[in-house]
Design a protein around this ligand. Structure first.
Ligand SMILES: NC(=O)c1ccc[n+]([C@@H]2O[C@H](COP(=O)([O-])OP(=O)(O)OC[C@H]3O[C@@H](n4cnc5c(N)ncnc54)[C@H](OP(=O)(O)O)[C@@H]3O)[C@@H](O)[C@H]2O)c1
Length: 216
């Protein structure tokens, strides 16, 4: 799979390391400045031995089937204006949190993901990975025998399946979260995770999961 990761911060670098380590993935990273991607690729190669490409945002998007936006929600409209995402599967993992972390800026009759889809009608937007802290990737996706869930929502069945497969191959438990409008509930769930992790004392080695009764 050809994957572009836009954003070289906490989540961009964690996903780049994880996805580039999987056979069959070609990962290209791009950041705000021309050198951000190259610096990240060199660092991950030195630290973890993974091979990534780097380039400008438009070049990275052009050569990929799946594009992961690992930037703050507020940066996405600017990127959307300057890059052609037509035909791409576009993964939005943002939690549109207020600057002071007192809540979220979008909802509840829409979501960040739906706003991005409206900006980029030629792309197939998929909400995923917003409930997983960057620190979780550092210690791995296995929590004592249970894989970390990746809730995946999209209006495109094919795009949702592709991202669920990408997530499964990376070690997540992919969960079909239905249409993109369910991002209205996944984004508050991401915020609740932040509340638990940072305000309520649980720390960042946590992730939301649904439990199922085996014999009903
Ligand atoms: N951190 C988490 O645990 C976590 C968990 C789930 C979801 N998320 C979501 O993941 C996204 C990224 O969070 P993060 O923690 O990785 O933040 P971060 O460490 O601050 O990284 C954000 C990256 O985006 C870059 N960026 C900003 N504007 C850009 C633009 N216009 N073009 C290209 N790159 C741009 C930043 O570059 P500069 O540093 O040069 O500004 C930085 O490399 C956010 O939407 C967040 O809600 C985060």
């Amino acid at each position: 799979m050809n994957i572009a990761i836009i954003g070289t911060g906490n989540i961009g670098s964690a996903l780049a390391r994880l996805l580039a380590g999987i056979k069959g993935n070609n990962v290209v990273v791009a950041g705000k400045s021309a050198t951000d991607g190259a610096e990240l690729a060199a660092r991950l190669h030195a630290d973890s031995g993974v091979n990534l490409e780097s380039g400008s945002i438009s070049r990275a998007v052009e050569q990929s089937d799946v594009v992961i936006l690992a930037v703050p929600y507020g940066a996405i409209a600017g990127i959307a204006r300057s890059v052609n995402f037509d035909g791409k599967i576009l993964v939005d993992l943002s939690n549109p949190v207020k600057e002071d972390f007192s809540g979220i800026t979008v909802g509840f009759s829409t979501s960040a993901a739906e706003e991005i889809q409206a900006l980029l009608p030629g792309a197939r937007v998929v909400k995923a990975f917003n409930t997983v802290f960057a620190q979780v990737y550092e210690q791995g996706l296995d929590f004592d025998g249970s894989a970390v869930p990746a809730f995946v929502a999209s209006d495109s069945d094919a795009a949702r399946s592709t991202v669920m497969e990408l997530a499964a191959r990376a070690g997540f438990d992919p969960v079909d979260a239905g249409p993109l409008s369910n991002a209205r509930y996944l984004e508050p769930l991401g915020y609740l995770n932040i509340q638990f992790g940072y305000m309520l004392g649980h720390g960042t080695q946590i992730a939301p999961a649904w439990i199922r009764r085996k014999a009903a």
